[in-house]
Design a binder for this molecule. Structure first.
Ligand SMILES: Nc1ncnc2c1ncn2[C@@H]1O[C@H](COP(=O)(O)OP(=O)(O)OP(=O)(O)O)[C@@H](O)[C@H]1O
Ligand SMILES: [Mg+2]
Length: 258
């Protein structure tokens, strides 16, 4: 068997890897020795109770949070201290738990900015945005001000902006938060297509267990800043440590899917 390589022959990184990542905030061990591997050919779920460290880990992976210790590599390149902008230019992009489009710009302009931010010229950015606005189902709202979008569509816009950076790896922080069931089903379609059509590795943080189980090839579970399980959806669902973490309601935390 040929050993998998971390970069393809064309130089596109095939893996995003985190090794022994710790992010400590004076006393709070938000992330405490986590390894994570995201391949470009998979959709991976990152789940865990509220406060488990999911967002902090994604912040660390994408240059928004300095690591206390640990290493992050993208393909063969160590990127532990790279800025979010540098990482986006290398094909690593994320969306945020809170949607925050540029409210005074149109939907199309918001998407264009994603492309311009990673070095596209204006004309190329406009062409890319015209395709992406269709892709994320916002063509009819292209010239509306982003600030006027209802919540579900604003979530789609944030994915459109991320797609405009032409990512190889896309990390989504609770993309289905606040969506109804129909919107959530459409989101599953969109994320699946980002994986299958764009050849993009996707990491999804999500409390909606139904969505995670439908979408993900592999799931990693965090609790109190540590990995407590990694496996297929079926393996993780029946893992004793995962069940305990989610049922530990005496700790006053959110139960996934509730
Ligand atoms: N900037 C910060 N300063 C101090 N503590 C922080 C900071 N950011 C996060 N924390 C703490 O780190 C822990 C992990 O927070 P994080 O937001 O990563 O959790 P999460 O798994 O994303 O939770 P949720 O599901 O609620 O979004 C929490 O205890 C949180 O209060
Ligand atoms: Mg979070």
């Amino acid at each position: 068997m040929i050993a998998p390589t971390s970069s393809s022959r064309s130089g596109t990184p095939e893996r995003l890897e985190a090794r022994d990542v710790r992010v400590h905030f004076s006393g709070v061990k938000a992330v405490d020795g986590v390894d994570l591997d995201l391949r470009r050919d998979e959709v991976m779920g990152l789940i865990g109770p509220n406060g488990a460290g999911k967002t902090t880990l994604v912040n660390a992976l994408t240059g928004f949070q300095r690591l206390t210790t640990g290493t992050i590599t993208l393909g063969a390149e160590v990127v532990t201290t790279a800025s979010p902008q540098a990482l986006a230019r290398k094909g690593l992009t994320r969306t945020f738990q809170a949607v925050r489009p540029f409210a005074e710009l149109t939907v199309l302009e918001n998407i264009e900015l994603g492309a311009v931010g990673t070095g596209s010229r204006r004309r190329a950015a406009r062409a890319a945005a015209a395709t992406i606005v269709e892709r994320v189902g916002l063509a009819e709202m292209a010239s509306s001000l982003a600030g006027n979008l209802p919540h579900g569509l604003a979530r789609r816009l944030s994915i459109g902006r991320a797609l405009a950076t032409a990512p190889n790896f896309l990390l989504l922080d609770e993309p289905a938060a606040g969506l109804n069931e129909a919107e959530s089903d459409e989101l599953v379609e969109l994320i699946s297509s980002i994986h299958s059509e764009d050849g993009c590795g996707v990491l999804v943080i999500e409390h909606d267990v139904r969505l995670i189980m439908r979408l993900c090839h592999r799931i990693q579970v965090l609790d109190y800043g540590k990995t407590i399980a990694v496996g297929t959806p079926t393996e993780v669902q029946s893992d004793a440590a995962v069940i305990t973490a989610y049922l530990g309601t005496k700790r006053g935390r959110h139960v996934a899917g509730s």
